[in-house]
Design a protein around this ligand. Sequence first.
Ligand code: G6P
Ligand code: MG
Length: 212
Amino acid sequence: MRYENVIFDLDGVLVSTDEYHYQAWKKIADEEGIYFDRAINNRLRGVSRMASLEIILERAEKNYTQAEKEELAQRKNRYYQELLGNLTIEDTLKGVRETLAGLRKNAVHIAVGSSSKNTMRILTQVGLENAFDAIADGTEITHSKPDPEVFLLAAQKLGAKPENCLVVEDAPAGVQAGVNAGMQVAGIGEAAKVSQAAYALQEIRDLLNIAV
Ligand code: G6P
Ligand code: MG
């Protein structure tokens, strides 16, 4: 099957920012005395900052006001952005650059669809800011994954019909978002095990056998 358009998730698919998200949330949880571990962190993949905070607060002993929640989310983002300062071209995940180049060479249109409000900053820092035909991110949407909004926006920016788009995702919430958008999904990492993903990728380069 050839796809005219491929829409990539960002965190965990193109760039290894996952560990930074974990460290920033862990610092918040420790400061607040809330239990947090990597299993809980896995539930935050693909989920917006505020929705992630709500998942973390499930383990909190006190109730937080809306203003307190906003302060926590801002503080987390400050810690996260401090860590993003370390991000270099080396943090692009293995095989990404040659996969993007291979798709381009075969006239496949490529886009980013991410819930992150830090998308442009991350892409710029790893030198991928001009690598895509379209970018849809967390600054432009009201509903984060598993809602299809960000992928539908990416398709719209590409001028593509959803059924002609293949989504690449590492998170269960992201696979669900792609399916909800009426797109086929290729899962990588943890998402390769999600049954709704039409394709399971061992590595990102496998896309060149699917989409081209
Ligand atoms: C991505 C990550 C999530 C993160 C979300 C919001 O989807 O997988 O873990 O919570 O973006 O990121 P932001 O940079 O806006 O806090
Ligand atoms: Mg992801």
